[in-house]
Design a protein around this ligand. Structure first.
Ligand code: ATP
Length: 306
């Protein structure tokens, strides 16, 4: 891939605390246009790695490149970020908090006003912009944080656990916002999370981190497809004895739940499904459905981090 198509890349990124490697020889690459999910169990090193990438803490060795730039100051020019919960002056309005952030970003006057208006609209906070930030819900504060990160039109947005602690509505709003920023504003996004269903919903690529090391990286589709889709066969009115007789000697097949609903779980994607079907028909076991059992990201994650 051309270097210009890489938004963020680390090579051999290592950060130690004492003798412990919080991040070890980390090589990740985020393509322009990705919504990249940075996954890992608690303590895997996600926050530490993001902090290193954003220049918030030093690292011991390795290389960080953002849009081809390695200089620690220059590479941040196109980056907006929230690492951990964003904090604001509670007594100041949302708009004034942004005004202050704009001043830090050397935006002033009419230019700053227009940019603040733009980001407030973008995150849906225009109507509450006059209210003190302290009166905002957690979800609104998170959106104000995203608004702040959007000042100056970054090309890469880094969000550390952006839906942490939010209620279902707040989570939904933040997810929709992230999706829309990627799709409509064409911002590349790196999002760290331990919520696998969330990552599966909004990310196209993921990196799975454990003990500071990258255990897997790739498109969500390819990680889910690896190993193939093993089917589940739903059998109607199952007669356990008949079923067991029919399945005798077929490796890779297990009875998964025999109650009102009979199910057979096929464990090997390479299994002879026509053979299994024929055996069931011979034994007079009626088949209601054969459905591919989709792996979800949780299964991939558990497998990779076992
Ligand atoms: P979580 O999901 O719990 O936030 P994480 O993947 O973000 O986890 P980190 O917070 O990056 O993980 O921590 C990685 C490792 O580095 C942990 O073992 C942690 O204890 C250690 N660590 C992080 N910060 C420090 C610090 N300032 N001093 C010493 N050790 C630290």
């Amino acid at each position: 891939m051309e270097p210009s198509e890489i938004a963020l890349r680390t090579q051999g990124l290592t950060r130690r605390y004492g003798r412990r490697e919080a991040v070890a020889e980390l090589d990740v690459s985020v393509n322009v246009g990705d919504v990249y999910g940075f996954l890992g169990p608690n303590g895997a090193g996600k926050t530490t790695a993001l902090r290193c990438m954003l220049g918030l803490i030093r690292y011991d060795s390795g290389r960080v490149e953002i849009f081809g730039e390695t200089d620690p100051v220059k590479r941040l020019a196109k980056v907006g970020a929230i690492v951990e919960t964003p904090s604001f002056h509670a007594w100041m309005s949302g708009r004034d908090n942004l005004r202050q952030a704009a001043a830090y970003a050397s935006l002033s006057g009419a230019e700053a006003d227009a940019e603040i208006q733009r980001v407030l609209e973008r995150v849906g906070l225009t109507e509450r912009a006059k209210d003190p930030a302290g009166s905002y819900s957690l979800g609104m504060r998170q959106r104000l944080g995203i608004a702040r990160a959007l000042l100056g039109r970054p090309k890469l947005l880094v969000l550390d656990e952006p839906t942490n602690g939010l209620d279902p509505r707040g989570m939904h709003e933040v997810r929709e916002l992230v999706r829309s920023l990627a799709l409509n504003d064409r911002i590349t996004i790196v999002i760290s999370s331990h919520l696998l269903a969330e990552v599966q919903q909004i990310c196209n690529r993921v990196g799975i981190l454990q003990d500071g090391r990258l255990r897997a990286e790739g498109s969500v589709a390819s990680l889910l497809a690896a190993g193939g889709a093993a089917p589940i066969v739903d059998v109607g009115s199952p007669d356990r004895a008949a079923l067991e007789a029919a399945l005798r000697g077929m490796a890779g097949v297990e009875l998964a739940g025999m109650g009102a609903e009979g199910r057979i779980r096929v464990l090997h994607p390479g299994l002879d499904l026509p053979g299994l079907t024929a055996a069931l028909v011979r034994a007079n076991v009626p088949i209601d459905a054969i459905v591919p059992l989709r792996r979800d990201l949780e299964e991939v994650f558990l497998e990779v981090t076992r």
